[in-house]
Write a new protein. Structure first.
Length: 181
């Protein structure tokens, strides 16, 4: 990918607590490759990145990507949880992708998914790694281990390995989830 040069923007440095004067960013492969302050003359742009497309940032602010540290991206607000559980996995993965794409478009570049039915979040993460789809960086936990009838019970229904009688049962549940002995 050649890259994109965005001019006429102000970069927010959250670590320093400052906002830079108007400047530019050079993006390559979805990441900031270089940045600078001031106008970017055509001669400088050609020397810096002759094969990139240019975009006018129109005075906007550039901020670091946001992180959502607790989400269930396979869920759908307002939908009946039991209906979501019965839904075929390919449809659920497409919903997950739609939700992840919406998050990315709103500035969330990292998601920590804390539970999805039948490991669809892990399958989606693999699709991201293989380049089949574009989306935010994903930290996926797989199917939750919960107590009977607990929060997110619908993500596994009767097929879920449940924590029923304390630590030994929880340990068995974790080994079943991870394939370890």
């Amino acid at each position: 990918m050649a890259g994109t040069l965005i001019g006429n923007i102000r970069v927010v440095d959250v670590a320093a607590g400052t906002v830079a004067p108007p400047g530019w960013l050079l993006l390559r492969d979805g990441r900031v490759a270089r940045s600078g302050v001031g106008d970017l003359a055509a001669s400088v742009r050609e020397r810096l990145a002759p094969s990139v497309g240019g975009v006018d940032g129109e005075g906007a602010y550039a901020i670091p990507g946001l992180i959502d540290a607790h989400t269930h991206i396979g869920s759908d607000e307002g939908r009946n949880n039991a209906a979501l559980e019965r839904e075929p996995d390919p449809i659920s993965i497409l919903r997950l992708h739609r939700n992840a794409t919406r998050d990315l478009q709103s500035g969330v570049t990292t998601l920590r998914d804390v539970g999805a039915k039948r490991h669809i979040d892990l399958h989606y993460k693999r699709a991201l790694e293989l380049g089949f789809v574009r989306g935010p960086r994903l930290l996926a936990s797989g199917q939750p281990i919960i107590m009977t009838g607990g929060h997110t019970y619908h993500m596994g229904g009767p097929r879920m390995v449940l924590w029923r009688f304390g630590r030994p049962s929880a340990s068995r549940s974790m080994r079943a989830q991870t394939g370890s002995r």
